[in-house]
Design a protein around this ligand. Sequence first.
Ligand SMILES: N[C@@H](CCC(=O)N[C@@H](CS)C(=O)NCC(=O)O)C(=O)O
Length: 222
Amino acid sequence: MLVLATTEREYPWGTLRSTNSSKVKVILEEKGVDYRVDRLRPGDLWKKPPELLAKHPLGKVPYLETEKDGVIWDSTVINEYLDDRYPHAGLKPDNALALAKMRMLENYGDEAFLVGDLPRIWMPWWAKPEDRDEAAMEAGREALRLRGLTYLESVVGDEYLCGSFTLADAPFMAAAMVLEVDGMDLSDFPKSAAYFERLRARNSYKAISPKTSLDDSAGSGG
Ligand SMILES: N[C@@H](CCC(=O)N[C@@H](CS)C(=O)NCC(=O)O)C(=O)O
C-alpha cells in the first residue's frame, strides 16, 4: 500500500489542502492504485521535527512511502515515479520534444502558480476570515492575472495542455482547487476558465475538491 504524506484540514469554511500534495493525489487517483493518506500536523512543516526530516530532508510535503522503493519526495518526482512504476494508462508523451514540452508546462504550473502567486491567495484561506489581509490577497490575484493566467490563456486549447491529460495538468488541478475556493473572477481568461472546469469534471478531482470531506478523501485503500 502506498502512503501519501500530506497536510489537509477541515475548517468551518471548507476542506483545505496542500497544493503540492494535491498534485500527487490526483495522479494516484488517475492511476487507480491503492493508497492511503497520512495527514501531518501543519505546524510540523514549520517546526520540522526529526521524524519528518528523516522522511523528507527538506521537511516538506508531499512524500510518498512505498513498500518496494522506500520514500520518494517532491511532487514532480513522485508523479513521474508513479507513471513509470505503474505504466498502464500512461500520462506522458513518448517522444523527446513532446516530453520536454510537457515538463516545461508542468514546471510552469509549479513555478508560476503553486509556488509563485497562488500562495498569496491560498494561505489566507487557512486563517480565520477576520485575520485575512484582503489587499494582499487581491495583489496575489493581480500577479496571477498578469503572469500565470496570461500565459495559460495563450497555450491552453480545447482539451488538456498536451492534448490528452498528462502530468503537465497535475499542478493545474491543484490550481483549479484553490480558484474554486477563492471564487476569483476568470471572465478575462475564458479558455483558462473552461480548462479549469474540464479539470474539475475529472473523477480524480473529487479527491482534492473543497467539497469532499477529509473522511471521503483518505485514499482508495483506506
Ligand atoms: N517542490 C516541492 C515543494 C513542496 C512544498 O513546498 N510543500 C509545501 C506544502 S504545499 C511545504 O511543505 N511547505 C513547507 C516548507 O516550505 O518548508 C514539491 O513539489 O513537492
